[in-house]
Design a protein around this ligand. Structure first.
Ligand SMILES: *Cc1c(COP(=O)(O)O)cnc(C)c1O
Length: 219
């Protein structure tokens, strides 16, 4: 199957999950995670009208996207991977959304870059929802303070983001992220990947990040 056929199939599955949950599928953004895949693999999706893409490394995005954007200026780029503070300025320059804002030092660096460039990509605060030592994201207990910092630094906070533990049922973690967002009065929920996006949609995801189900397995 071609990537654009897969795209139709995944859109259908999102629509079905949204319908079961009595949600409007139009309120759910499908982010096509194109990390590791070359421009040749991305272009058919752009040609088919898809506009939201995810990359996890700034350098890789800088190598691939300027040329693609020349042809498709309305493409939107979501940076979904862990971000080093020294890449904040590059991230602000190219991203439409940044999904892994998870600590004070990064908030400071992003705020400085946004002020300097007068450009404000949407920000998602990443929460370490399974409290895993090896994962990025802020501790659940630190979320209120981090959110206050982000808001007072004028970061446009669009939502919360998580990567639940692998190989266990994701639903309880999605539900917890949704509860945290509700408690904090936040609308956006960036959660759900190739293996669990329908579950995420049923629990309220507004942004699903889908790579391998669209592009095939990564090398
Ligand atoms: C790679 C990646 C995805 C996509 O994962 P798939 O399982 O290939 O759909 C989603 N989110 C983040 C943060 C990623 O790094």
């Amino acid at each position: 199957m071609q990537a654009d056929d897969r795209l139709d199939a995944i859109r259908g599955r999102i629509a079905h999950a949204a319908k079961l949950a009595r949600r409007d599928a139009a309120a759910i953004t499908l982010i096509a995670v194109s990390k590791t895949h070359p421009a040749d693999a991305i272009e058919p999706l752009l040609a088919a009208g898809h506009r939201d893409f995810g990359e996890n490394r700034v350098q890789e995005a800088e190598a691939k996207w300027p040329a693609l954007r020349e042809k498709y200026p309305d493409a939107r780029l979501h940076l979904i991977g862990q971000l080093q503070s020294n890449k904040a300025s590059d991230a602000v320059a190219m991203a439409d959304a940044i999904h892994a804002v998870d600590r004070s030092s990064l908030i400071t660096a992003l705020a400085r870059a946004m002020d300097a460039q007068d450009r404000r990509p949407a920000c998602f605060i990443q929460v370490n929802i399974g409290e895993e030592a090896q994962k990025g994201g802020c501790a659940i207990a630190d979320l209120p303070v981090l959110l206050a910092e982000a808001r007072s630094a004028d970061l446009p906070v669009a939502g919360l983001m998580c990567l639940p533990p692998v190989e266990v049922e994701a639903a309880p973690y999605f539900a917890l992220l949704a509860k945290l967002a509700r408690d904090e009065g936040i609308g956006g929920l960036s959660m759900g990947m190739s293996d669990d996006f329908e579950t995420a949609v049923m629990i309220g995801a507004t942004h699903v990040r889908i790579g391998s189900a669209l592009f095939g397995a990564r090398a």
